[in-house]
Ligand binder design. Structure first.
Ligand SMILES: C[S@@+](CC[C@H](N)C(=O)[O-])C[C@H]1O[C@@H](n2cnc3c(N)ncnc32)[C@H](O)[C@@H]1O
Length: 219
């Protein structure tokens, strides 16, 4: 089933007006793709797109971009986005490894990492999206006042991420080891994975971090 649907998903995404590919065509100009040059918030690993559809509705003065590499979840995300008819929402079909080729320095106001694959084996640590090799890229692409939000169910990924943030010059602005029993739950928008973990009674780890001003762009 999965294999039969894939070519169709590829074809639809390739032609879809809400979807861009990983090119440098809009590098430094992503805001021009939207009706208004509002701040740019980018979700990395959008999956089926529930967060973006809700966020673009609740926050119309932000331009939202979802990055996803796998066709089938991305197509589901795009379908949700279409339904909203929001003009502040787009998707990029690409691997996060190529982020610096697609976005320019200072272009992004906020990155979101929601329930990223934890890669629990130590030998796979370099694949974690909070490994310092990724953090250095995010830091470059963030605007001077930009920040990054991380939510995960994985204690391994959370602990690793906090260490990587601390060792590479990021400052913790918000933190909770149980988001849904913390004051930050008020502003929280749930993702598909998050709802699955909440329904199992699992705590959600949360943090908002930003590059320390003296380390911004320097590392
Ligand atoms: C565990 S899912 C979480 C989806 C969604 N954020 C949520 O919370 O419901 C992780 C998603 O990140 C995507 N992903 C992982 N690594 C990626 C990469 N290097 N580039 C683009 N997408 C990636 C996966 O394809 C998957 O859809």
């Amino acid at each position: 089933m999965r294999l039969r649907r894939k070519p169709e998903a590829k074809r639809i995404l390739a032609e879809h007006p809400l979807v861009s590919k990983a090119t440098d065509e809009y590098r430094g100009k992503w805001r021009t793709l939207f009706p208004h040059p509002y701040p740019l918030h980018v979700e990395l690993g959008t999956g089926k797109g529930q967060f973006l559809a809700k966020a673009s509705e609740l926050h119309p003065y932000i331009n939202w971009i979802g990055v996803e590499r796998i066709e089938e979840p991305l197509l589901q995300a795009v379908r949700k986005g279409e339904k909203t008819e929001n003009t502040n929402l787009r998707y990029i079909w690409m691997d996060i490894e190529k982020l610096a080729e697609v976005f320019a320095e200072d272009e992004v106001n906020r990155f979101y990492l929601h329930f990223s694959d934890p890669w629990p084996k130590t030998r796979h640590a370099k694949r974690r999206l909070t490994h310092r090799r990724f953090l250095e890229v995010y830091k470059k692409l963030l605007a001077p006042d930009g920040d990054l939000i991380l939510k995960t169910d994985s204690p391994v990924l959370f602990e690793f991420s906090l260490e990587e943030f601390a060792e590479t010059g990021w400052e913790t602005i918000e933190y909770s080891d149980d988001l849904h029993h913390s004051p930050y739950r008020e502003q929280n928008i749930t993702t598909e994975y998050e709802e699955k973990f909440i329904s199992r009674g699992m705590p959600i780890f949360y943090t908002r971090v930003k590059p320390q001003s003296e380390s911004h762009k320097n590392n």
